[in-house]
Design a protein around this ligand. Structure first.
Ligand code: URA
Length: 434
């Protein structure tokens, strides 16, 4: 038997949640109660289900009809292959839409059900879900589909069916079956070519960033770069951003709704300075002052940055460009979430392509780990020459950190001197040793 759990079709479900559809579940199933070695969740009274639901346009009725002649198992495999090939508009490939569904899924996790595993693919989603007490799977799924359909249509500025009315589910039989279903869910993005390893895929329970009750660990990224070939599917918007000129790029950032941060911003903060600069300084993201004024580094940290620039005979706007990893302010000045940084990444990438600086200075950990796409401390990265897509890159402390940690100012000064020396070499045409 292949990896794919066998699907059984359930009754139709309303997309809006307001149609009063009959509950789709049959009589309650009691499973695994007496079997030693089963985990407690497998003794659950309401059962534990592997559920698949998909976008309205992901699997045409005609294809479904053709598959009717197959056995359950054959049909499951065919349907999986069809979905993973990415048919339809793939609305869930848009980070803001996937984020909205993720939010809905996690909202009642631990309260009305336990989500043992989940994944949001570009045109469908899988859950390993255990309903609690009086909540039936049907009610839960109707709620999830209805709220997420409403929110997604709002984000997409569209109307009409978002989800296909049917869902497919499979009652988990035993521990082995549970493990198989969970593996299937976690491996789905890898199998579909969207990630190299399950942890790389942001919209699944396999991602460290999805730990709902995580202890607020570093939001710095794991290596998030999707495997080759996945970009077009995951984010068509990236290739169009990569073709933009300055004015298109500025307009696109100003209108961006690719991640939830857009909802609370006052201004986007694009970047500022000489568009042909040799020096590019990259910070983390706007704070309150920047959000109000639409310019990076204009608050206290910005004053220190200006002083740091002056100390090495540089000035904002003169052979210097200043940008951030993300263009909208995260609430409470928290660090950007990986999904937010990922959604914003094409903008910074395109800025760098257009500027073609000789040297990038990453200010602080968020800038460093996002540009270098690996987790590391500033202490371990500073004093070395790195590169971002062939451009030399130096890491130093963030000015806001230096305002709090005066003792590290000497190290930041050493980093600036190192940057100046490196730049001299680059301007004189000597290749930097990376
Ligand atoms: N901190 C940053 O990283 N960027 C800004 O623009 C302001 C503060």
């Amino acid at each position: 038997m292949g990896l794919a759990p066998v699907w059984r079709r359930r009754e139709r479900e309303g997309d809006s949640g307001s149609t009063g559809d009959p509950p789709a579940d049959h009589a309650p199933v009691v499973q695994g109660v007496h079997n030693r070695g089963y985990l407690p969740h497998l003794k659950a009274k309401g059962g534990l289900y592997f559920v698949t639901f998909r976008l309205a346009d992901s699997l045409p009725q005609e294809v479904l009809r053709q598959l009717e002649v197959l056995t359950d198992e054959q049909r499951s495999m065919q349907v999986d292959q069809y979905l993973d090939a990415g048919h339809g508009e793939n609305w869930l490939a848009r980070p803001e839409v996937a984020e909205a569904l993720k939010k809905v899924l996690l909202h009642f996790d631990g309260e009305r059900y336990r989500l043992h595993a989940w994944v949001i693919m570009p045109n469908h989603a899988h859950l390993l879900i255990e309903p609690f007490g009086e909540y039936s799977l049907s009610e839960i799924m109707q709620g999830i589909k209805s709220v997420s359909a409403h929110e997604s249509n709002r984000l997409l500025k569209r109307e009409g069916a978002f989800w296909q009315p049917e869902r497919y589910d499979h009652l988990v039989r035993d521990q082995e079956d549970f493990d198989r279903c969970r593996d299937y869910i976690l491996q789905n993005p890898v199998k579909a070519g969207l990630a190299r390893i399950p942890q790389d895929y942001v919209f699944s329970s396999g991602s460290p960033a999805s730990e709902k009750r995580s202890a607020g660990g570093s939001p710095a990224l794991q290596d998030r770069r999707p495997a080759g070939g996945s970009l077009a599917l995951l984010d068509n918007r990236r290739s169009s951003i990569m073709r933009m000129d300055w004015s298109e790029l500025k307009a696109s950032v100003a209108a961006c709704v690719a991640c939830p941060l857009h909802a609370r911003r006052n201004r986007t903060v694009f970047g500022v300075g000489d568009e042909n600069a040799d020096w590019l300084f990259v910070g983390e993201g706007p704070g309150a002052d920047e959000d109000a004024q639409g310019e990076p580094f204009v608050g206290q940290a910005g004053k220190l940055l200006d002083n740091m620039l002056a100390a090495i005979n540089l000035k904002r706007g003169k052979n210097v460009y200043i940008a951030n990893v993300i263009k909208c302010r995260p609430p409470g000045n928290r660090n950007p979430e990986p999904a937010e940084a990922l959604a914003c990444e094409p903008y910074l990438h395109r800025q760098i392509e257009l500027i073609r600086p000789k040297l990038i200075v990453a200010l602080g950990k968020v800038a460093a780990v996002n540009l270098l796409a690996r987790e590391a401390s500033v202490a371990s990265l500073r004093g070395k020459l790195h590169e971002y897509r062939g451009i030399p890159l130096i890491v130093t402390y963030h000015p806001a950190y230096l305002l709090r940690s005066l003792h590290d100012k000497a190290k930041a000064w050493a980093d600036l001197c190192y940057a100046v020396e490196t730049m001299k070499g680059l301007q004189s045409g000597k290749s930097a040793t990376i």
